[in-house]
Design a protein around this ligand. Structure first.
Ligand code: FES
Length: 178
């Protein structure tokens, strides 16, 4: 009798373990998109510091891993930004990063070197070379992104790194999109 009870308990324990081995990965799989939605993208390398010329904005494409529901895609374009190098001091360069997307209705903002101004081709909003709104329907200045210069890597290169985000258009205050 004791032996039968022992075997029953053992079988129940094994069944429980097998059940957990199936259920836990299943739950993790189902929650994976939710987990990724809350995961913040960190700083992304976009260009070597030496590729920037002082006073001349440079447009770069931001590349990063992407996820589509349960599918992971290799790094690809997620957006574009304007990089500005403000100081010529090589030891302490100052970098700013402005979003290419116009805060009015989301067209891509160009840079007109002859006027040293940013302008939006869709409804003629114009911004000064620092991204401040001059005129036009844009409800705010160009959106600025957090950026930094990396330490020197193993190849002796310092990189500009950007914390990429997207912002809501058509509103006067700067709000990130979900
Ligand atoms: S989308 Fe840029 S001015 Fe309208």
């Amino acid at each position: 009798m004791r032996r039968r009870t022992f075997l029953k308990t053992l079988a129940a324990g094994l069944n429980g373990l097998i059940g957990l081995a199936v259920v836990i990965p299943g739950i993790r799989f189902l929650l994976d998109p939710l987990r990724r939605a809350f995961r913040q993208r960190g700083f992304i390398r976009v260009a070597p510091l030496t590729s920037l010329t002082t006073g001349r904005p440079q447009r770069v494409t931001v590349l990063a891993d992407r996820w589509d529901a349960y599918t992971h895609h290799p790094p690809g374009p997620i957006g574009n930004v304007w990089l500005l190098r403000n100081e010529s001091d090589d030891r302490y360069p100052k970098i700013r990063c402005l979003h290419v997307i116009c805060p009015h209705l989301g067209c891509a903002i160009d840079y007109a070197a002859d006027r040293n101004a940013f302008n939006c081709p869709c409804h003629a909003s114009e911004f000064d070379p620092t991204g401040r709104r001059r005129f036009g329907p844009s409800p705010r200045d160009m959106d600025e992104l957090e950026c930094r210069i990396s330490d020197t890597d193993e190849s002796g290169v310092r990189w500009i790194e950007v914390k990429y985000q997207e912002f809501q258009t058509g509103v006067s205050e700067k709000r990130t999109t979900a």
